[in-house]
Design a protein around this ligand. Sequence first.
Ligand code: NAD
Length: 426
Amino acid sequence: MKTPAQPGSSLYDSDVFRMACRQFDLAADLMGLDPDVRERTKLPKRCLTVTVPVKHDDGRVRVYEGYRVQHHLSLGPTKGGIRFHPGVTIGEVAALAMWMSWKCAIAGLPYGGAKGGVSVDPGALSRRELEGLSRRYMQEIIPFVGPNIDVPAPDMGTNEQVMAWMMDTYSNQVGNSVPAVVTGKPLSVGGSEGRREATGRGVAYLVKRQLEAMGIDPRDATVAIQGFGNVGSEAALALREYGARIVAISDVSGGFHNPRGLDLDSALAHVAAHRGLAGWRGGDAVSNEALLELPCTVLVPAALERVITPANAGKLRCRVLAEAANGPTTNDADRILEERGDIEIIPDILCNSGGVVVSYFEWVQDLQSLFWARAEVLEKLCSILDRAREAVEGQRRRLGCSRRLAALTLGIGRVAEAKASRGLFP
Ligand code: NAD
């Protein structure tokens, strides 16, 4: 029996939250999810909003708004990144927390989903201001996080250094070092080998597996990547290792294209020196919008959500769409791509799950104070990704649906099953 979509929550109302809810509803309808568990599984459990005052270098204090949303608590602590970006809203953070829940469940991790964020442009902050923001945001959310409660990690606009400041702030508060309170830290304070490159490498590995399934040799593949931050650049490097040719890259300032292939090392050196690709001379200039429509074997959106829309879905010229970003494809665009039927989509909640898998390894290593070699981390990562991929393909065959719906039903089903097993308290 179909359950009509319920009104949901007004607090989080936004395009991106409605998109995540619509995905949930499509999957729940397909599964015939029990109405008693349906809304409980869909809506975020709890959230915290904080104001974060930061003293700027000019002596003035500016106040930023930050959030942390925990989507469900049924399988263990919650887990998810912290985003510093001017577009952050509580609705976006809630949608990202929902996706984290399905992602963790697909990978078989003992976590619920969470996400955090501050509405701020980190590129406009000095290092001292960024440290002030990172420390004060963590200070404000301390009662809401912890190794057994909620474990943050990096996302857009945050990195290893930000995680180290947050771990230090939390540890100072409780009086002893607590490395397991955040993941994605530097190796020197309990980070894991392989974490920095885990998301991008995972994306590249799943792309390789998809190309092989289609009978395409990765060495014959061309790749266009939107977003050249942690995920986009690491995916580019790993795909280059597999022999693929990277023909386009971009960041917030715009992109570059060369059908004969780009010099990634030169691009990375430029980004390190100038904090972005602006001014690089490694290819023909291309806008972020035009990059998505370039002819290529693999298109990798690795920046913001909702960039593939009904306006460009009909114009994509790739064979594989590897969703490294969270939520890059709107529901309407998804329908157009499905009708086209000529593009294989690796959905975000599978495609970028390498990051949270190695974050899980980092948390386990921190709790045990026993650290693994890089080869061991990467081998374990690939075996979890293979298992998750096979589970999604199996679900797809069973339900005769798209790969996205297969992934969603698998993740949602596992969370709903845990809720049903535990029962409703009191
Ligand atoms: P990052 O901050 O390291 O890099 C983001 C990149 O996107 C930068 O190159 C930035 O310039 C670019 N960008 C920002 N706004 C843009 C715009 N409007 N148009 C084009 N490019 C733009 O962030 P990241 O960690 O690489 O995250 C990228 C995506 O991957 C996000 O959607 C994030 O949620 C997702 N993700 C990240 C991780 C992780 O481990 N870091 C894990 C899973 C998913």
